[in-house]
Design a protein around this ligand. Sequence first.
Ligand SMILES: *Cc1c(COP(=O)(O)O)cnc(C)c1O
Length: 425
Amino acid sequence: MSAFDYRNGRLHVEDVSLAAIAADVGTPFYCYSATALGERYDRLARTVAPSGAAIAYAVKANGNLAVVELLGRLGAGADVVSEGEIRRALAAGVPAGRIVFSGVGKSREELAFAIGKGLHQINIESAAELDRIAAVSEALGATAAVAFRVNPDVSAGGHDKIDTGRRTDKFGLPPDEAIRLYHAAAGLSRVVPVGLAVHIGSQVRDVEIFAKAYGRLLDLSARLRSEGLDVSRLDLGGGLGVAYRDGERELPLDAYAGLLADVARRSGARLTIEPGRWLVADAGVLVATVNTVKQAGERRIAIVDAAMNDLIRPTLYDAHHPVWPVDRNEAAPRHPSTVAGPVCESGDILAVDAPLPDLGAGDLVAIGKAGAYGAAMSSGYNGRLLAPEVLVRGGEKAVVRRRPSHDEAMALESLPRWSSAADAA
Ligand SMILES: *Cc1c(COP(=O)(O)O)cnc(C)c1O
């Protein structure tokens, strides 16, 4: 975690003190390190280079335009799951020819938008989707390159709610149906079946799990080829696991790259991978101010001004995030402290029993590894404003999403016409 480090006892992101950013934009806020993002991307790109795999960044992990732009500039494409994300990727400068459209329930309107833009590939997850793509591409007089997302019946093993490749999960096609649809697509004039895709879920830290899923894909592509069909691309999905706790292991990257090279050699296909979390998780923190510290039975609880609406992972996935005091005093004793937000939910907890020094109102804490699925999953629950996002590079900082005003947060709402009529009566 070199991008986030203490200097003279104060936590910095690169050369900028988090306390200085807090004084500028207020809390809570997310802060990302441009250098950490770049280093992470370069390391992955270098390691997987022998397999020739293209990297399509899964925008849903952190869709901030500045983050997508930074990764796109370094060479990443984008894996997107909605029209909004297609627009984000394009607005960030990612060429349409490097965008893969994934997702289990794409609408006709979204497909028309995607086909109109000439995206690299659309990953199909149902027979209905193939029908829609056929109709839309016919109507537009455009051609769509499609891959079929297979459900390999392999568990990613991270957490029930981030597993997507088991037989009973909603994602992907059963292998036999994928084969049947591939044949059907090959008979269509404006649809080109180019390959197969798989994404078994998130937080995969064991290469053997990927090997099992990719093995199913290799078997299926061999079968399709034996039946005379062309399978020139394999999309191997994302899910590369990161470590949230000290001492936890990440996905061993060299072994993963070795597996990709093996799949490339055995398939002869052009590979794509779709990492989200792995690229951005470590590069971000969520900074909050302590409101009060209270004792609840045996538990010491620090109530801070960030909440589950800013970082839902702990309550949604039982996820662990480290918490660091922004001002560090090595001599201060630490006690297990639960960090919770002000939202009216007992589940509004950001960390359980984090080892923290005595904190008081006004102290700042940083919740670590919040670059992925933090801001991206945030909401306005409890009338809370979306927290700003700040990108730091060296000694420079840029607010890459500002905090809206309360008027802006309410601007899309209006009262029904009859309510003023009722007042008048
Ligand atoms: C979410 C998702 C990803 C990225 O998953 P990470 O665990 O963040 O790497 C990649 N591909 C698809 C289809 C996804 O839905």
